[in-house]
Design a protein around this ligand. Structure first.
Ligand code: GDP
Length: 298
């Protein structure tokens, strides 16, 4: 996903290496090129401005100290600032002191919530937890069935409304699922909620109602990294409408420019916790800001 950005930045750094000392004009020119590379990769404008200003200030200061060779120094600063934009430290699930830990997934339809629910469940199961999946997406006729297939693949039980009882109320299903988890000693409950094609009031209200009913320890906003700047706007809408604790980026295996996804943590002030990069159950990992920065810098 970040190939073009990687190529652009590597060209910028190659140009730098050929210079011995760097003048302020060299630093300015470099920052201009980095700015263009980031904007072309679809990184949010405000994030680019902040990033470039931070790198430039530090580069000008560093130039005076001359501790390392100048190009190395700039690459180091760019790397550190990139890690900071991506959220700084790793952040994983905060487990509740008293189980079950409740994780609610929210996001638009097609973002990859159901797929992610399975991946997360398998990941938890592999690390000796006893997860329960909850089908609280009762909007799409096939969503419950899809979660059941995912649960079967992950070897994780799915709590779903009984068939034949009409559509059912997702808030009620979620509430009963928590009682079920408490009774059956599941220690993590993953609640898959409905999404729509776009942000709308009814969707937000339903997600907010489920959140109020189950009091999640983590509300994760799941977003398709391929949707560009809409990813940032949708993230803001969900944070305002529902309140999110962390972000999950999906479809990082796609060939979109990806810069918007890189902007979300900074714009929202919330960590990216997991990344999905394929349709398979194991195409999933914790998100590490430092590893992502290294990947982008090549
Ligand atoms: P939901 O509507 O948010 O529950 O989204 P789904 O989990 O149904 O996913 C929508 C589509 O995206 C499905 O075809 C998934 O197989 C696909 N998908 C989900 N995550 C990924 C991913 O990380 N990479 C790729 N390439 N496809 C994904």
């Amino acid at each position: 996903m970040f190939d073009t950005l990687q190529d652009r930045l590597s060209t910028v750094f190659k140009g730098l290496r050929s210079k011995g000392r760097l003048s302020e004009a060299d630093i300015d020119a470099t920052m201009r090129e980095i700015r263009i590379a980031l904007l072309e990769a679809d990184v949010n404008l405000a994030v680019v401005k902040e990033f470039v200003a931070a790198v430039k200030t530090r580069a000008l200061d560093a130039e005076l100290s001359k501790a390392l060779n100048p190009s190395q120094q700039i690459i180091k600063i760019v790397n550190e600032e990139l890690i900071s934009i991506l959220g700084g430290e790793d952040r994983t699930i905060r487990f509740a002191k008293r189980p079950p830990t409740v994780i609610m997934l929210a996001g638009l339809q097609g973002a990859g919530k159901t797929t992610l629910a399975g991946k997360l469940a398998k990941w938890l199961k592999d690390s000796k937890h006893a997860p329960l999946l909850v089908a609280a997406d009762l909007q799409r006729p096939n969503a419950v069935n899809q979660l059941q297939i995912v649960g079967e693949r992950a070897g994780v039980h799915v709590f779903a409304p009984e068939p034949g009882n009409g559509i059912g109320d997702p808030v009620d299903v979620a509430r009963r699922a928590i009682e079920h988890a408490e009774a059956k000693l599941y220690d993590v409950v993953i609640v898959d909620t409905a999404g729509r094609l776009g942000v709308d009031q009814e969707l937000m209200q339903q997600a907010a109602d489920i959140k109020a009913a189950v009091g999640p320890d983590e509300t994760l906003f799941v977003v398709d990294a391929m949707i560009g700047q809409d990813a940032v706007n949708t993230a803001k809408a969900f944070d305002e409408g529902v309140g999110v604790d962390g972000v999950v980026l999906t479809k990082l295996d796609g060939d979109a420019r990806g810069g918007a996804a890189l902007s979300i943590a900074r714009v929202l002030g919330k960590p990216i916790m997991f990344a999905s990069n394929g349709e398979g159950l194991s195409d999933f990992d914790m998100f590490h800001p430092d590893r992502m920065a290294s990947r982008i810098l090549g």
